[in-house]
Design a protein around this ligand. Structure first.
Ligand SMILES: [Zn+2]
Length: 61
């Protein structure tokens, strides 16, 4: 038995920020932090950055 996808246990999730025009992929455990940090540091705490789930933006945090 060969586990070809052993390193895909934790998939990366795209974090998008339309204001900054950025799109970064971060591991699931870091998604909330990444979004919160983006919004706190760059948008005065406003929920601008969001998680892109199947093409839909989902605000977290
Ligand atoms: Zn931003």
């Amino acid at each position: 038995m060969v586990h070809a996808h052993a390193d895909e246990d934790v998939p990366d999730i795209p974090v998008v920020c339309p204001d900054c025009d950025t799109r970064t992929k971060v591991p699931i455990p870091e998604v909330e932090n990444a979004v919160a940090r983006q919004n706190e540091q760059l948008h005065d705490g406003e929920a601008v950055a969001a998680v892109d789930v199947n093409g839909r933006s989902v605000i977290v945090g």
